[in-house]
Design a protein around this ligand. Sequence first.
Ligand code: UTP
Length: 297
Amino acid sequence: MKKVRKAIIPAAGLGTRFLPATKTIPKEMLPVVDKPTILYVVEEAVRAGIEDIVIISGRGKTAIEDFFDNSYEVQDKLSKDGKTHLLERIEKAKNLANIISIRQKEALGLGHAVLCGRPVVGDEPFAVLLADEIMVGTPTVTEELADQFHKTGISTIALMEVAPSEVSKYGIVKAEPMAPGLLHHPGKLFNITQVVEKPSASEAPSTLAIPGRYVFEGAIFEEIKNLSPGKNGEIQLTDAILKLAQKGRMNGMMFSAQRFDAGDKLGYLKANIELGLIHPETGDGLKEYIKYLAKKL
Ligand code: UTP
């Protein structure tokens, strides 16, 4: 079976939840402590053995491409100033993987964004990582999904439990556990039988949601290509997931990493606080500040 060596990172969305900041700055470039969100996502892909990364970008998103390119002025200045540590970090970030950029000319939906990556991926298995979700933990979610895919050859997507009040923000699945045991334990595997995009609490088949990490067989492209616009008039990735599920070819997996929805204001602030607390330059100062704030609240 072919190994998962390619990934698609859709980053062409309009980021309306983060306006006005995202009018001119891609939300994927907003910094969490000292790295743009998309760098955490690219690092996760690389840790899972991914070599070729297709970033789906759109109008106003050239800052993403520039980030993974040379910046001679900055590099020259750091070199002359002897700031080798920063220079090394910049060099490392741009040499992490082969970054390939493809434009999605119109934000027609996540399914459409993934289909834009087909010319690079071909019929190989591939990972999809949403550019505005940061997953922190070892092993990474993409590693866990790819390992599982390599055992079965069946598309495997991340699943997580959400509160009933949250189901309308996600694709929600109906899924049968593949073995007895605790339902929400990391590594727990499910056979997905039904998927509903952003259902109301009464329509939701469960409270098992799809966050933004997936490993797919190449066959998903044909399913996306044959879709008509779904919820909100968009080509929905969840509709293609349902098609494979109906053929018995879609598994789900609970994961161990901590997830931050950095495309959402509160999620973004939480990511900055938690990652700021473990950052060597900011951890101690931030801890003191949080203690001070807690006394005031
Ligand atoms: P979101 O729905 O979270 O992104 O899509 P959005 O549309 O940019 O955000 P809001 O809701 O308006 O604030 C999840 C991921 O899919 C990408 C987004 O860039 C994001 O990383 N996406 C979405 C595309 O690349 N193209 C699309 O047509 C839609």
